[in-house]
Design a protein. Sequence first.
Length: 357
Amino acid sequence: MTSPRTFSSILVTGGAGFIGSNFIRWLFAQPGFIGKIVNYDALTYAGNPYSLDDVAQSVGDRYVFVKGDICDVAKVAETIERHAIDCIIHFAAESHVDRSIVRPDDFVRTNIHGTYVLLQAAREHAGQVRHFHHISTDEVFGTLGATGFFTEDTPYAPNSPYSASKASSDHLVRAYHETYGLPTTLSNCSNNYGPYQFPEKLVPLMILNALEGKPLPIYGDGQNIRDWLYVTDHCSAIWTLVTRAPHGSTYNVGGRNELTNLTVVGEICDLVDRMAPPLPSGAPRRSLMTFVKDRPGHDRRYAIDCTRIEHDLGWRPAETWQTGAAATVRWYLDHPDWVAQVRSGEYQNWIATHYSA
Ligand code: NAD
Ligand code: DAU
């Protein structure tokens, strides 16, 4: 096996979001990592620089935050040059399927055009930028029936504006490698959960609603299946690919944790019942589950076959759903300040005073 690639100055786009902030925290905690990370993020509603406050304090000038839009050609180029960026790890995106159904335009702009701007910037800084990793989703493959798995060879069939925009960005990454020889890698990952996830996504929404005794909205019949991966397992997969996967390669990443939404929500209810004070009524939190109108175009089942990354690179997830779900519920119960900030929008005032564009 050849030696892993090393980098001294990494541009992480979208590092104030859920997975990006976990990735930055995780990478700084790796004993072998001695480089610098530049977190480039526009701070949309989903971006919260508070999430990395403690990391920023502990690593000093090895961490830099730049408030910027990935569609801003000049700012992207200036950041790459000023910080001598040698690797780009691209998380920034509009990521919530329901929002893409209501208002697709931001998804087209950020996910497609923004990815193009970054690829073009990497190409214009060839030689300096030695690697480009693109984070994508299993949703590009569409939906499965009761059997089968998505492999790296499954044809793309996106069903939502979100997944269509991610599919487009994946094709651009592929094209920049094939046409210009850009040194890329790409990963398609299943549903992540864990600390610092914005509470519009299923897991944190259900934890917080269950805690507060609010209804738990289940779309349709609740039998839709997702494959759940604890976020730090995704982080270790990304770093494995950035440092060791062949240029031009694509890998699926999943947790081998297929669960129906009803199972996910029911088990979250049980965990909250066990870890938090009971509801005033004394009823179990499962009684809060409420069936609501289905999501339009709701994909029925996602299931990732991640044999390729396991076989080629020896990556394995460390967490099971049981360990990851318990850790996630514990984290949300222990971090009411973070929850209050992201819900109140108070952190937007903090952003305005700390990070003018
Ligand atoms: P998120 O919504 O929590 O965070 C996205 C981040 O991108 C935010 O900090 C936001 O401010 C930033 N951003 C948005 N538009 C930007 C722009 N124009 N310029 C600069 N920054 C911008 O998303 P996430 O859940 O952390 O997802 C990260 C990536 O992983 C996305 O590309 C997503 O498609 C992919 N992904 C997510 C999951 C999941 O389960 N969450 C699974 C597979 C793949
Ligand atoms: O599969 C990877 C994808 O997972 C990522 O690419 C996306 O960025 C990420 O948002 C996630 O997409 P989903 O649509 O699968 O996640 P979400 O948390 O929105 O929903 C999970 C499932 O739960 C889905 O079947 C819809 C359902 N759901 C969701 C919400 C928010 C409900 O039943 N009720 C809800 O209130």
